[in-house]
Design a protein around this ligand. Structure first.
Ligand SMILES: Cc1cc2nc3c(=O)[nH]c(=O)nc-3n(C[C@H](O)[C@H](O)[C@H](O)COP(=O)(O)OP(=O)(O)OC[C@H]3O[C@@H](n4cnc5c(N)ncnc54)[C@H](O)[C@@H]3O)c2cc1C
Length: 159
């Protein structure tokens, strides 16, 4: 399928506060309550505006699904509170990294949790045993750069 066959997202669709048209899981009033709850509970960003929903409706694939809303957590606690709130409202959640998946995996009628903005970085790297512990939004380049830097300093130290 070529990208030109994508359905255009209409302004009316983006203005709708929920994705009821796609899933009958939550009603508009509940989405409003969930948004308010997340706004109060999350230190990071909570976005339910049309522009953000448009941005997160697509990934690197040809698929499109307008999300219910987007949470960009700053901390682990933000994530715990987001998951708890979504669970209470029976709303699905979807993890998103760089959005480079090619089969529509990271766009859906859900609360999208975008890890890439704040929750990235290498926590621990063990070159000898070849393992690393990273935050969930870490991209491969970030890990590779750090591994390269550490292995270079090991080499230089040995010289
Ligand atoms: C130009 C190009 C070339 C590519 N080449 C290759 C290749 O050679 N080999 C290959 O294997 N792949 C390839 N890919 C695919 C690429 O590896 C995937 O797109 C990538 O793994 C997705 O990572 P992401 O962080 O962008 O995740 P997303 O695209 O944001 O998400 C992908 C999936 O992972 C889930 N997810 C994302 N973050 C998390 C998280 N923190 N915790 C739990 N679940 C999460 C999402 O819900 C979704 O289901 C290519 C993609 C592109 C665009």
């Amino acid at each position: 399928m070529s990208a030109s066959k994508n359905t255009v997202i209409t302004i009316d669709e983006l203005k709708q506060p929920t994705t009821m048209r796609q899933r009958d899981r939550v009603n508009n009033a509940e989405v409003g309550k969930l948004e308010a709850e997340l706004q109060g509970a999350v230190e990071g960003e909570v976005r339910f505006d049309a522009g953000s929903k448009a941005m997160y409706a697509v990934d690197a694939s040809n698929y499109r699904q307008v999300p219910i809303g987007v949470v960009i957590p700053r901390t682990k606690d933000d994530v715990v509170r987001t998951v708890a709130a979504c669970r209470r409202y029976g709303v699905p959640i979807l993890s998103r990294g760089g959005g480079t998946s090619l089969a529509g995996q990271c766009c859906n009628a859900a609360i999208v949790i975008d890890w890439s903005k704040y929750m990235h970085g290498v926590l621990e790297l063990n070159l000898a045993e070849r393992w690393a512990r990273v935050l969930p939004g870490t991209v491969c380049d970030e890990l590779r750069d750090r591994a390269m830097k550490d292995s270079n300093s090991l080499l230089n130290w040995g010289a």
